[in-house]
Design a binder for this molecule. Sequence first.
Ligand SMILES: *Cc1c(COP(=O)(O)O)cnc(C)c1O
Ligand code: SF4
Length: 436
Amino acid sequence: MTGMVGNRLETIVRPDAEMIPQLAQFDAQLLNDMNVVSKVFPFRANRYVLNELVDWSKGPDDPIFRLIFPSREMLPEEDFSALDRAIQDENKPKANELIYKIRHSHNPHPAGQLEHNRPRLANGEIADGLQHKYRDTLLFFPSDGQTCHSYCSFCFRWPQFVRDDALRIAMSDRTLFLSYVAEHPEISDILVTGGDAFTIKSSRLRFYLSELLTPKFDHVRNIRFGTKALSYWPYRFTIDSDASDLLRFLTELSEAGKHVAVMAHYNHPRELQSDIAQSAIRAIRSTGAVIRSQSPVMRGINDSADIWSDLWQKQIGLGIIPYYMFIARDTGPKQYFEVPIARIWNIYSTALRGTSGLNRTASGPTMSSFYGKIELLGVQVDATGEKSFVLRALRTRHELNDYELFTAKYDETASWIDDLAPAANAVWPAGIQRQF
Ligand SMILES: *Cc1c(COP(=O)(O)O)cnc(C)c1O
Ligand code: SF4
């Protein structure tokens, strides 16, 4: 551990050796590659992440290095070399054109996010910045929370971080949000998300959410905050200037009878290691909020059973409840991080075998797809030795198919629901049927 962790948030937006002295150990080619890719996918880091999370002795294969830094393999070779050339030639218009084109070829809003679930008020007004994802759950994207204290290289929300307005969804006005929630008594859960809900100042969180404590909003029982600040900037909960007010606000929400859930994004056990990370966890738990954890499985970051076993057991020890293991969705540099579903099943089941029930709260590997959430329940082998995947519709758009089971042909290379086909004689739930 270095003693020199700055505890003031200083963000670093270019992966170059001038700003990040540790990068001087790498060759010029790698540095150039990172610079080129960071023009397409945004880069952001801070001293805590660089000094405390990355293990520089492991070089570019370090899991946290891969989590933070861009890599050449994230772009198709032809896109990479075209952009590299435009940058070498200092041809800015060409570079910008390529950046725009490449971003849009990366499925920036997967699962139909922009077109679907776009709520309207009773007066017809469209409430951008809200997504009525499931009947009971409303996602709220405050405009001041559409960033993170550091960025994950695999992030699918990057369109919200880059200044490309056509790709953004966010809201700065609380009136639309509150009117919509008031009009919908079926909403029990509000999920404040981004980006990172805890990049928002506590005074602004109060501005958006305090009204929810009035009787008009008794139907809102659960308030969740999607965050990675526990990993990327734990000082948010300890010595940031409004840390104590944030903790007070969470306490007030809990004491008013709301269930407060901090949906923490943890990819690797190292994120739980530092004293400051553990103090932040204790601080949040002292407010009455529950911390639940989720993460996708990513190649080269956490694609091993040992890592997940360690991650979940450490979380249990710290009072964090494992919630979702995600199968990475089809956006951004997906190929680079892709892990086949069959391997993910091995990782999940091996990680949990030999652990007690308290460790087993994470649902099976889950795809948050256009059709809704689909959980992988296992691999089934029939009397002839034929294998199939057993899947469960967990949360479908209109709830009609929730909890229905279905099976798909076993396929060692498939990595997403769209790669799967029904097993022999299997019928898929109506909400999940596709054109084959
Ligand atoms: C899973 C998920 C939610 C919340 O659903 P729960 O199953 O209630 O946790 C919200 N938004 C997205 C995009 C999700 O994938
Ligand atoms: S913490 Fe979440 S939203 Fe933020 S960069 Fe990482 S994946 Fe994206």
